[in-house]
Design a protein around this ligand. Structure first.
Ligand code: AMP
Ligand code: GLY
Length: 425
């Protein structure tokens, strides 16, 4: 079986690693991939913003299964385009991916289906803001409607700052592109959980829960990033809470999408805030999380390819996912300056010693190969992920591996898992 993976980050490296473990897979192609992925898959260049170019890669490669990693190709309709040409592809259609690509759509959908989420107002014109904002008390959350790679959410300490942020989104001053819709939202307080599920359009199979660390600084300070580290443990959600989330959030979402004629097949990533009044949906993503996937797949014992194929074929109810008990952790190393501007092209050393730490896998996010040397090539550069019987051990292994890795300006948070560690103390 030949598998094509679209994407170029740590998530795609972890997907390639998990796909490679499947006995049925004989060849993996990743487009465009990165320097680390190139060690386990054949990488071919492609522009992930160019639908025709991605379809062209599929036409040439003729994969038996395609897995779409990032949100952009999904929002452009890569799944629709490939399905029309008869390819088997894992991921939601453009219409179903609107759960991620339009926050206005997602909020209205949540409300239509009585799924718990923060109170909100969608504004389509700047002159609606003044009136809409009066139902909120500070802090007020202001969000861009469309994809913004983590930069589209502004938590505002006052009404005035919220109005300025919302005007900045409408005018294009904040994100470069003017937004056609801006969402005002009630601020939710609590712990965040990444709850990912596979869906075949009807059935839902939860993956191991994870907790991301989105801020750049230790103690969850500083600007938002794509995710600086993550862990997954059995104890993050107890069985009763997991069941509640499935029954009140995950299943109603999948049923609601099917009822509305846009069934969701793929990975539904539910970003939850665990508040005093119960779990509330913060956001949906229509894809695997990054770096959640690196930690989650390290714990997956079942064959990933079987599970993805069952999703495509509508028989997810017949699949039972098996997980290694215990924990996994993933620590991301970034370039100095990230998530602001940063330099690339620095040699990375110590990778083979790092990979020898028991239970550790190194997943590359932004690396490039120059001859035999791996160089930094992105803001998030790579991650050390480890599985172990306990979170303490998984973290110790990931940090032991990270201590071996060097490149100019390397930065990583040293407090990944801090909330869970505090709970167990
Ligand atoms: P989103 O892109 O919607 O996930 O937002 C990015 C991050 O902003 C989330 O992971 C939260 O940390 C934070 N956030 C988003 N919405 C809210 C909210 N209503 N209340 C508090 N924090 C939020
Ligand atoms: N780690 C957050 C995301 O994948 O959106």
């Amino acid at each position: 079986m030949k598998v094509l993976i679209l994407g170029s980050g740590g998530r795609e490296h972890a997907l390639a690693w998990a796909v490679k473990r499947s006995k049925r897979v004989t060849e993996i192609v990743c487009a465009p991939g990165n320097g680390g992925i190139a060690q386990i898959a054949r990488c071919v260049p492609v522009d992930l913003k160019d639908l025709d170019a991605m379809v062209h890669v599929a036409d040439i490669e003729q994969p038996d299964l395609t897995i779409v990693g990032p949100e952009l190709p999904l929002s452009l309709g890569i799944v629709d385009a490939m399905q029309r040409r008869g390819f088997r592809v894992f991921g939601p259609t453009r219409a179903a991916a609107m759960l991620e690509s339009s926050k206005g759509f997602a909020k209205r959908f949540l409300q239509r289906h009585n799924i718990p989420t923060a109170n909100y107002a969608v504004c389509t014109k700047a002159d609606e803001l003044e009136k809409a904002i009066d139902i909120f008390r500070a802090p007020i959350v202001v969000k861009a409607d469309g994809l913004a790679a983590g930069k589209g959410v502004i938590i505002c300490p006052s009404r005035q700052i919220a109005l300025e942020a919302a005007h900045g989104l409408f005018s294009g001053k904040l994100l470069g592109e003017p937004q056609h819709q801006v969402i005002l939202e009630e601020f939710l307080d609590g712990e965040e959980i990444s709850f990912l599920c596979l869906s075949d359009g009807t059935h839902v199979a939860p993956l191991a829960p994870a907790q991301d660390h989105k801020r750049i600084g230790e103690g969850d300070t500083g600007p938002n990033t794509g995710g600086m580290g993550v862990y997954s443990t059995d104890t993050l959600l107890d069985a009763a809470m997991q069941e509640w989330i499935m029954h009140h959030i995950a299943e109603p979402t999948v049923q609601g999408m099917a009822l509305e004629g846009t069934p969701f097949m793929g990975v539904l990533y539910i970003g939850l805030m665990m508040t005093a009044r119960g779990p509330q949906v913060l956001e949906f993503n229509a894809r695997f999380g990054d770096p959640e996937t690196q930690a989650i797949l390290l714990r997956l014992e079942s064959d990933l390819v079987d599970a993805l194929e069952a999703s495509i074929d509508g028989r997810l109810d017949q699949v039972e996912l098996r997980w290694t008990p215990g924990a996994s952790a993933c620590v991301v190393a970034s370039s100095s300056g990230y998530p602001g501007s940063y330099k690339t092209g620095f040699p990375i050393t110590g990778l083979s010693t790092a990979a020898e730490v028991p239970g550790v896998q190194i997943f590359h996010s932004g690396s490039a190969r120059l001859g035999s040397q791996l160089m930094t090539g992105g803001g998030r550069v790579l991650a050390a992920a480890a599985a172990a019987p306990s979170l303490q051990e998984a973290l110790a292994r990931a940090y032991q591996a990270m201590a071996e890795i060097q490149f100019e300006g390397i930065y990583f948070r040293r407090d990944i898992g801090h909330r869970a560690l505090k709970r167990t103390q």
